[in-house]
Design a binder for this molecule. Structure first.
Ligand code: CP3
Length: 345
């Protein structure tokens, strides 16, 4: 598969092979910081955009055409698996995701569906349209949310600051939590294998809220499910990227799940993390996203400092430590990508 992609920098870096420069893609690269996104968003709801393959493909292509990044990421959301399992999902402007029927009882857990891959067929359809549009130019990254992160949304009914309900469930009813996590894992494994069968070239598993957990809770309620999912993927020549906010803390455990790449947030010294990992695991990251608000010379300096630090280490993918914010200046993000594309080791 990778031989057919013209720009395979991301695939090579993910497999810790040498590259002329670090590849760049950015979490939430197709989103509200682009006026072209709004031109589409003003006509459809977010879920309509995700569920209509032609529209999902249009949005996926925006950062390829307008920013020149080295990978496309499927336009979708981590919460579509939870919706297929029975969560009544909506996205409200300024509020973020909401589940109208959060998990509050054993019966709610019984009701969660696992046989729901058909309801996610639109994602496979979108992947096929996107691959036609990309026509082998850059790799396409597929993704899913990790079970703990998905559980947190299903239990809280939306985003949360302190994960009070989620953690109280883990503390008071661990067996019930494990039943939910097992169900989500089963769906996630099948869903990611469906994406691979449909033609994605890389996979990222988002455990966005892992940082809420203590080390031992992370092991019990997150890590073992991520490990189980990754072990069951039909990887072939498809690199697996494992992302956790808190990745710098949990990196030694994440490495045990056998990913090809670990994505690290901005607190850590990326080189030190890389050197602490088993050989052959690449790293992705880790510029503080807020740097994108800074003046252009500062953006350039921060990028070059990171690159100089990572210079002698094959297996490095540039990304921000977390996603682009809606009010980030487009021309700053574009400038960052241009700076990276001009760089040579
Ligand atoms: O460009 C890309 O990165 C691909 C598309 C993508 C989206 N969400 C689109 C989106 C991806 C990879 C995601 C993943 C996702 N979704 C995560 C993991 C990444 C992370 O940020 O840690 C999480 C936690 C979610 C859940 C989610 N979806 C939230 C919290 C929100 C609201 C965000 C906010 O700031 O309001 C969403 C909505 C969402 N997902 C939008 C987009 C473009 C905004 C929708 C809109 O236009 O209103």
């Amino acid at each position: 598969m990778e031989n057919k992609i013209k720009n395979d920098l991301l695939i090579r870096a993910a497999f810790s092979q040498p590259t002329e420069r670090p590849p760049v893609w950015i979490m939430r690269q197709a989103g509200r910081f682009m006026k072209e996104y709004w031109e589409i968003k003003n006509k459809y709801s977010f879920l309509e955009m995700c569920k209509t393959p032609e529209i999902a493909a249009d949005v996926t292509m925006l950062p390829i055409d307008l920013l020149g990044v080295d990978a496309a990421i499927l336009f979708s959301d981590i919460l579509v698996t939870a919706e297929a399992m029975g969560g009544e999902l909506s996205f409200e402007q300024g509020v973020g995701p909401r589940f109208a029927n959060p998990i509050r009882s054993e019966k709610d857990v019984d009701n969660l569906r696992v046989d729901c891959l058909e309801d996610l067929q639109y994602v496979a359809d979108a992947i096929k349209v996107i691959q036609q549009r990309l026509d082998g130019s850059v790799p396409l990254i597929g993704f899913a949310g990790a079970p703990f992160t998905i559980l947190s949304y299903l239990v809280e009914g939306g985003s949360s600051r302190d994960f009070k309900r989620t953690k109280t469930l883990l503390n008071n009813q661990p067996e019930l939590a494990h039943r939910v996590l097992s169900k989500i894992s089963e769906v996630t494994t099948a869903y990611l294998n469906m994406q691979i069968a449909a033609g994605v070239n890389a996979i990222q598993l988002f455990d966005s809220w892992a940082l809420a957990l203590s080390w031992s809770d992370y092991q019990e309620f997150s890590h073992r499910y991520n490990k189980d999912i990754i072990s069951k993927l039909n990887r072939q020549d498809i690199p697996i990227i494992s992302f956790a906010k808190g990745g710098s803390v949990f990196a030694p455990l994440m490495a045990e799940t056998n990913p090809d790449v670990i994505s690290i947030d901005w607190n850590a010294d990326l080189l030190k993390i890389k050197q602490s990992l088993p050989k052959g695991i690449a790293v992705q990251g880790n510029l503080d996203p807020i740097v994108m608000y800074a003046d252009k010379p500062v953006i350039k300096r921060k990028i070059l400092e990171l690159f100089e630090r990572m210079r002698d280490e094959p297996g490095f993918i540039f990304n921000l430590g977390h996603g682009i914010m809606p009010d980030m200046p487009f021309d700053h993000v574009k400038y960052a990508v241009e700076t990276i594309r001009e760089y040579r080791y």
